[in-house]
Design a binder for this molecule. Structure first.
Ligand SMILES: [Zn+2]
Length: 526
């Protein structure tokens, strides 16, 4: 083929492709009527693989027909509930969103605050007079906010057992965030949203759903009959482990799903002119996982029950909204570490650290160098807040005190890194992904002064297990999209959970959330 002929043919083909592309863009798929945004609290990516043969309902539907990202990670270091939930529908890192943890030491008030605590609000639906919660500490918009700015008739609802998990994905302009108050055994909201519960929610509270589970036994899902050994029971003081509160059992998730169905019907979700958003976070997986660890049969059991429950929720959504009208997005807010004793038995590294002893050692080192005083403010490891009044009174250089604290921390066994505020602000840190995760997790006005990092598989907890590190077992989670306009398949390219929010914004043709650092996952869009 001569060069010019090749060139002509090349351009002809390219033009044909371009006009095809133009046609595709000219007729985008119709927008979903509902976005069902699901978080499973503490659900590692490998739970999709390990228990795959037992999934036949919700997870199976998503895995077979959805766009499944097999290598999705959080890019911030503090892999905890509030940060995961604030990332989910904002696409922002803590360095911009201001949500740096579940709670932190607030220098203005001189005490700890949570990511959603708000003294100016009252709890609604529970015990009268209690303080409520709100999204005021979230500094950025969510997809729901951007949707409502452009389409005021869109409804955005958030639901979870935990206040932060209901509030943070739903955003500022939400029509209601609802969570479960254990003390009142009731679904509640806050005066930030409403002065009273909507009728549909009050009606459910009046049915006292928790009473169904009093005295119940959590039997293995594959038990042949109810004489099998239960995982735990709702009766304290029996031979069998006491489940504790309802939220630490699969029934907690059942209650969330029931509330979500009532919200679908009560708020007529998916039946408005523009798209609605229902954000649901299933909390019980986290309570069970903390107590028993990822290798316990109860975690497999609650994962299988979650598969069934998601199937039930998807059926309800199809019933209320019509089949094929909902965009489902599913992720988890973090993973979890193995129980150190389980890891030890299989010759893997890890162990438990005494956070109080480490803080004391750092404190002692500071006293020795700078003189008597309470140099550390009350904040649990691995974040240290220095006493700035003491530093000012002694006319000391704060960066010198930070450095001294960091050096003392690094003398402690299994503490491998200590990042100081001044190092982070000046970019003077080791150049790798972990430092980047600490850096994007740092928000100057709220963050502490020194951040400790332990070796992989080491925990600051005395029992059970936890999460919160930048290691893979904590940051590798499922990300699945399913619905109209989504190309199904398994996608192996590494993505960030921050990519979810801009992708939904693109599908809904609304502005990107204000702090988003993600990219649009265009490979899944038809
Ligand atoms: Zn969580």
């Amino acid at each position: 083929m001569s060069k010019s002929r090749f060139t002509r043919r090349f351009f002809a083909t390219t033009l044909a492709a371009l006009s095809l592309t133009a046609f595709v863009f000219a007729a985008p798929p119709s927008k979903p009527k509902l976005v069902l945004a699901i978080v499973i609290d503490q659900f590692r990516y490998d739970y999709l693989l390990r228990f795959r043969a037992d999934y036949h309902f919700g997870f199976a539907r998503l895995l077979e027909r959805g766009a499944v990202f097999t290598d999705a990670h959080y890019i911030h270091a503090a892999t905890v509930t509030a940060v995961g939930h604030s990332t989910f529908l904002s696409g922002a890192t803590p360095s911009v969103s201001g949500i740096i943890g579940n709670e932190w030491y607030d220098r203005q008030s001189g005490h700890a605050v949570t990511s959603v605590s708000d003294e100016s609000t009252k709890l609604v639906g529970g015990i009268a007079g209690r303080t409520g919660s709100s999204p005021r500490r979230l500094l950025v918009s969510t997809v729901g906010d951007e949707l409502k700015i452009q389409h005021p008739d869109s409804k955005v609802i958030g639901i979870s057992i935990k206040d932060r998990s209901a509030i943070l994905p739903a955003g500022h302009m939400s029509d209601g965030a609802y969570w479960y108050d254990n003390d009142a055994n009731a679904w509640v909201t806050s005066s930030y949203y409403h002065d009273r519960l909507p009728d549909w929610a009050q009606k459910l509270n009046n049915e006292h759903p928790f009473s169904r589970y009093l005295g119940a036994k959590w039997l293995p899902i594959d038990a042949k009959n109810d004489s099998a050994e239960p995982f735990c029971t709702m009766v304290a003081g029996t031979e069998v482990r006491f489940c504790g509160s309802l939220e630490a059992t699969p029934w907690g998730n059942d209650m969330i799903e029931e509330f979500a169905e009532r919200a679908l019907e009560g708020e007529k979700l998916g039946q408005h002119t523009s798209t609605d958003v229902l954000a649901v976070s299933f909390s019980s997986n986290d309570y069970v996982g903390h107590a028993l660890g990822p290798d316990d049969p109860a975690v497999r059991d609650i994962s299988i029950r979650t598969d069934r429950l998601l199937g039930k929720l998807f059926d309800a959504v199809d019933h209320f909204v019509g089949s094929g009208n909902t965009l489902v997005v599913l992720t988890a807010d973090h993973g979890v570490a193995p129980v150190p004793e389980v890891n030890e038995a299989r010759k893997m590294p890890g162990g438990r650290l005494d956070g109080a002893a480490i803080s004391q050692a750092i404190s002692d080192a500071l006293v020795k160098r700078f003189g008597a005083g309470k140099w550390l403010l009350p904040s649990p490891a691995p974040v240290l807040y220095l006493n700035l009044d003491l530093i000012r009174a002694g006319k000391l250089d704060p960066s010198e005190v930070e450095q001294a604290a960091a050096e003392a921390a690094l003398q402690q066994p299994h503490i491998v890194r200590a990042y100081t505020r001044h190092q982070l602000l000046n970019g003077a840190v080791q150049n790798d992904e972990i430092s980047r995760a600490v850096s994007v997790g740092f928000f100057g006005p709220r963050s502490g002064d020194v951040f400790l990092l332990q070796e992989p598989y080491y925990l600051f907890d005395a029992s059970g297990t936890s999460h919160g590190t930048p290691y893979d077992y904590d940051n590798h989670v499922p990300v699945i999209f399913f619905g109209p306009g989504i190309k199904s398949g398994h996608y192996a390219r590494r993505i960030a959970v921050n990519d979810i929010a801009p992708t939904i914004a693109a599908i809904l043709s609304v502005e990107q959330p204000s702090g988003s650092v993600g990219r649009i996952l265009s490979e899944i869009l038809e």
